[in-house]
Design a protein around this ligand. Structure first.
Ligand SMILES: C[S@@+](CC[C@H](N)C(=O)[O-])C[C@H]1O[C@@H](n2cnc3c(N)ncnc32)[C@H](O)[C@@H]1O
Length: 261
């Protein structure tokens, strides 16, 4: 991912209806509370998980590569009580190469930032950074989607699809988001995805923004091998944020809880 990727669309992130209704926040907040903190969230974005964690009384450090996502996070934090603000530290950093000079009881990568890493060397670089920052008795939660073989087997039509409802921004702009997969590389296990934002201004003027990015997909045993190779031991694997075990639903999620091996 490059630093400009979210330039045009970061402001919409918190209004996207399926993001607002994701059922993962309490899972991460409870894990943070169980750890006692401090927590490191890698790829914290606009603070969707980070801010509720700080509200729950846990000190949390967030890093993200996008200055635009961090800017939204900072503006959201300014609305919070001072004691919540004081529990948060933010930095612009690449998950493949960071040194924060401290260790954490819990490190999380919620909602798939790790899948922005396409090459194995990048994945390993990230996991080694996480390893170095994890306390000896700490836990690491890696949150990925479980690739659906049905979906991956589908022919690419190039059509824009999606059933997300339109949303309205505070300034009255209406936003409709659609998506499409423009390329699938089954050998390197990634898809080129586009998120397309159709904006209608209150005066009727329209705009179209494109957020295009490659998204890696990883399979269960591949991730286990990667984690082991980088010095982790998988403790639990969930298929959902309600803690359903892996294998209880398909495709579900791939939510790894790991400790130092
Ligand atoms: C789908 S958002 C998830 C944000 C947040 N964790 C959440 O749950 O809402 C993915 C985030 O990963 C960040 N990201 C992508 N590549 C990154 C990298 N190499 N280093 C740090 N952050 C990265 C993006 O800037 C974006 O904020």
């Amino acid at each position: 991912m490059n630093t400009e990727e979210y330039a045009a669309t970061a402001e919409f992130y918190d209004f996207v209806v399926p993001y607002q209704t994701r059922q993962d926040v309490s899972f991460f907040v409870e894990a943070a509370q169980a750890s006692g903190g401090p927590v490191l969230e890698v790829g914290c974005g606009t603070g969707r998980v980070l801010i509720p964690t700080a509200r729950a009384g846990i000190p949390i450090y967030g890093i993200d590569l996008s200055p635009y996502m961090l800017d939204v996070c900072e503006r959201r934090l300014e609305q919070e009580p001072i004691e919540v603000q004081n529990r948060v530290q933010l930095d612009q950093a690449d998950m493949r190469d960071f040194d924060l000079g401290q260790t954490f009881k819990l490190i999380t990568i919620p909602f798939r930032p790790f899948q922005h890493l396409i090459e194995v060397e990048d994945q390993i670089a990230c996991l080694r950074c996480v390893q170095r920052h994890l306390a000896d008795d700490g836990r690491f939660i890696l949150d990925l989607f479980n690739p659906s073989l049905t979906f991956l087997g589908r022919e690419l039509t190039g059509d824009e699809v999606g059933d997300e409802p339109e949303f309205t921004m505070p300034d009255g702009r209406r936003v409709l988001r659609r998506n499409r997969v423009v390329k699938r590389d089954v050998f390197k296990q990634y898809q080129d995805v586009e998120l397309i934002y159709y904006i209608t201004h209150p005066d009727g003027r329209t705009e179209r923004y494109l957020h295009a990015f490659p998204m890696r997909y990883l399979f269960r045993y591949e991730v286990e091998h990667l984690l082991t190779r980088c010095g982790f031991e998988v403790e639990t694997l969930y298929a959902d944020y309600d803690k359903s075990p892996y294998g209880s639903k398909y495709p579900g999620e791939l939510i790894f809880v790991a400790k130092k091996g």
